[in-house]
Write a protein that binds this ligand. Structure first.
Ligand SMILES: Nc1ncnc2c1ncn2[C@@H]1O[C@H](COP(=O)(O)OP(=O)(O)OP(=O)(O)O)[C@@H](O)[C@H]1O
Length: 340
């Protein structure tokens, strides 16, 4: 199947704040229909990178291309094809939602009937109509986020850059905003930054993980998970009284690295971690049925993103780069960055 076109591409971005190198070397790209998750610990350089992608912050090196065209200061028009949701609440808290959206439309040079149409379309997409005349400051966090999102999509941009779009929201609001982002991805390219791993799994088609201003991984969430030591681990729920005996027997297997146990009501949940991600599921299943262990649940895991995140962000980025290169060579062909 033909790949969707690359909408936004960054090559070797650099940003220094005085002597501090906040972004050392970041390259990434996002295609139409993709939701790219920019993932990394606090201070990794996510916001700084997004600000350079949107042209909000001038880079000290590197290039940004929008639909193949280089973004330079003289080409401010190109920037209007990007919608940006900055971190935190929208500016201008004293305005009503309607006043704010009118103002954003004006910034984009939209006028009259056309402007009203675009405002209604954005407000409808994020379910804002009911609060049009309410002062932004009096809205809940979830609604404030929606106002920000409406402002970001109002001028129908090709690329959306959303900095921690669900930060500070309750689980229902998070769900709602994620659903909106998912819907908006159909005919756009979207980049979101987050440190919420469940969000990456729920929403992102690809993940660029950054640490200390460098890209340390560029993969799908499932590829990343498959790097985890828990890939092929077996999780089983066993009666508490038998758990110690069962764990001891399993620990004797040469293919077992170690076993983790967590209490769950009257049961224990044992996670049997294999050596080198070997497949151990069927052997353990056979063993459980032959010996008649009191197992009420047995599943084979495909890895954990939090484990990979910890591993990748707590080691030297240079070592991680080498490990990732080996992993990618082993697992898939390189994806060329060509335009189509
Ligand atoms: N204007 C600035 N002046 C000096 N240092 C800055 C400035 N802006 C950001 N930094 C520093 O650059 C580094 C990267 O910051 P950035 O906000 O991009 O990280 P982040 O990955 O978005 O973090 P978080 O997840 O906490 O939002 C941090 O160490 C931050 O303190």
């Amino acid at each position: 199947m033909e790949k969707a076109p690359i909408m936004l591409q960054a090559e070797n971005l650099v940003k220094n704040f005085g002597p501090f190198k906040a972004v050392k070397d970041i390259s990434l790209h996002v295609r139409k229909g993709e939701i790219l998750g920019l993932l990394g610990p606090n201070g990794a350089g996510k916001t700084t990178t997004m600000q350079m992608l949107t042209g909000f912050l001038r880079s000290d090196g590197g290039q940004v291309y929008l639909c193949g065209e280089r973004m330079t200061e003289g080409r401010a028009g190109l920037r209007t094809r990007i919608g940006y949701l900055p971190e935190g609440a929208p500016l201008y808290p004293d305005m009503t939602v309607k006043e704010y959206l009118d103002f954003i439309a004006e910034i984009h040079g939209l006028e009259g009937e056309k402007a009203q149409q675009m405002i209604m379309s954005a407000a409808t997409a994020v379910h804002l109509i009911g609060v049009f005349d309410q002062i932004i400051d009096t809205l809940s966090k979830g609604y404030k986020r929606r106002v920000g999102l409406a402002g970001a999509i109002l001028h129908a941009p090709d690329v959306l850059i959303l900095d921690e779009p669900t930060d500070g929201l309750d689980p229902n609001q998070k769900y709602e905003v994620r659903r909106l982002i998912d819907t908006m991805a159909v005919d756009r390219a979207i980049i979101i930054s987050t440190h919420i791993l469940e969000e990456v799994e729920a929403l992102c088609t690809r993940t660029v993980m950054i640490n200390k201003g460098q890209v340390i991984a560029d993969s799908t969430p499932s590829e990343l998970k498959s790097m985890s030591q828990y890939n092929n681990a077996v999780t089983m729920l066993v009666e508490k009284e038998q758990a110690e005996h069962i764990a001891a027997r399993l620990n004797q297997m040469r293919v077992v690295s170690h076993i983790e146990a967590i209490r769950e009501g009257n049961d224990m949940r044992l996670t049997v971690v294999p050596v080198d991600q070997q497949e151990i599921g069927s052997r353990i299943e056979d063993m459980a049925s032959i010996t008649g262990w009191p197992v009420s649940e047995l599943t084979v895991e495909n890895g954990r993103l939090d484990d990979v995140f910890r591993t990748l962000t707590t080691r030297d980025p240079e070592i991680i780069k080498k490990l990732m290169a080996e992993f990618q060579k082993k697992n898939r062909q390189d994806r060329p960055y060509e335009y189509q």
